[in-house]
Design a protein around this ligand. Sequence first.
Ligand SMILES: *[C@@H]1O[C@H](CO)[C@@H](O)[C@H](O)[C@H]1NC(C)=O
Ligand SMILES: *[C@@H]1O[C@H](CO)[C@@H](O)[C@H](O)[C@H]1NC(C)=O
Ligand SMILES: *[C@@H]1O[C@H](CO)[C@@H](O)[C@H](O)[C@H]1NC(C)=O
Ligand SMILES: *[C@@H]1O[C@H](CO)[C@@H](O)[C@H](O)[C@H]1NC(C)=O
Ligand SMILES: *[C@@H]1O[C@H](CO)[C@@H](O)[C@H](O)[C@H]1NC(C)=O
Length: 379
Amino acid sequence: MSPPQLRRRRLLARPPPCAPGIALLLLLVRSLAVGSGCPCQEQELCRPIRDRPDFEVFVFDVGQKTWKSYDWSHITTVAAFGKYDSELMCYAHSKGARIVLKGDVSLKDIIDPTFRASWIAEKINLAKAQYMDGINIDIEQEVNCSSPEYDALTALVKETTESFHHEIEGSQVTFDVAWSPKYIDRRCYNYTGIADACDFLFVMSYDEQSQVWSECIAAANAPYNQTLIGYDDYLKMGINPKKLVMGIPWYGYDYTCLNLSEDHVCTIAKVPFRGAPCSDAAGRQVPYKMIMKQVNSSISGSQWNKDQQAPYYNYKDPAGHFHQVWYDNPKSISLKAAYIQNHGLRGIGMWNGNCLDYSGDSVAKQQTEEMWKVLKPTL
Ligand SMILES: *[C@@H]1O[C@H](CO)[C@@H](O)[C@H](O)[C@H]1NC(C)=O
Ligand SMILES: *[C@@H]1O[C@H](CO)[C@@H](O)[C@H](O)[C@H]1NC(C)=O
Ligand SMILES: *[C@@H]1O[C@H](CO)[C@@H](O)[C@H](O)[C@H]1NC(C)=O
Ligand SMILES: *[C@@H]1O[C@H](CO)[C@@H](O)[C@H](O)[C@H]1NC(C)=O
Ligand SMILES: *[C@@H]1O[C@H](CO)[C@@H](O)[C@H](O)[C@H]1NC(C)=O
């Protein structure tokens, strides 16, 4: 989920200290409220979703109200990464879609089984209090292969899934993995163990230039070949295709070029990341809606790179610097998405649903509709 710039360190949030008596009282009041505090107009909308869709469309939502304009005919799960929004929960349920919590945790802590148990209990309580249908575990931290964190992570996923399935009927536990299982960003995870332990993996087929080992030049966020090799590698490990959801980006990268050659090669600054000499951290993430506003007034207009099967354009900023913007559009996405049907993957999803233009402007509306349409299985 969190591309380099977003991979921020989180401060441990501690509740303000208060007298034990008050804390106990608050706990009591809260537990009484659970079950009677359904915020939906119809009480049954607080019930967890139990259907098992044949095809998963998994949407990350980062907050605010754009979800009101989503194409709900497609959505099966919303991962709520923004502030809790009970209106969104009620709405998702009214559309038969699951809505799940975000799960992240410091890997150092989960080595301790007692810590894991209390973390899981806390998430179950939160899910019940907010009428959520599961959790999406988003770790993205570095793990060494022969470290205690390696097995602890698999155990965390297994225990979380068992508890959720037991406590919330029909609930879903998923785990986010990098575009390839090959030690991307120094993540050594037990992918087969984790896939077995949860409902499915969300494969983040983006930020694929997070570690650039060759030339430092601007390139696609999710090049066609590289993306599909990632899935081939997951399948070769023996992971069931029904345990994989393809994650596609609804954002691109804007790179400042140190030099832009006549054949559109944009040299970028060397910004190292986890051992690699350069990285997409040299660029800036831009949502699809901004890209669509800029592309027609760019110097190059939309160009298509055949090797990477991705669109890009060049523009000059007010200070006179050249930029190259790489992105995904319905064409590049549908080329990759064909793999889902061909290999029987579980579904598709995106980071993130909020990136499109929902203003209602007629050109934007059509572009937004097309992006949603690509998610539909083509069979
Ligand atoms: C992994 O191992 C290397 C060297 O052995 C060490 O420097 C690094 O801190 C370790 N990383 C983690 C996340 O434990
Ligand atoms: C991965 O996890 C599974 C389940 O815990 C375990 O059986 C397996 O040995 C692990 N694989 C590796 C390579 O550590
Ligand atoms: C920089 O770009 C110009 C064309 O715009 C080209 O002639 C020149 O060779 C490039 N320099 C390098 C170092 O790539
Ligand atoms: C940009 O150009 C395309 C193709 O010429 C056109 O369909 C689209 O409406 C234009 N977008 C805007 C925002 O004007
Ligand atoms: C992508 O894969 C195809 C088929 O294997 C190959 O012909 C092509 O050269 C590859 N493109 C790149 C950029 O690696």
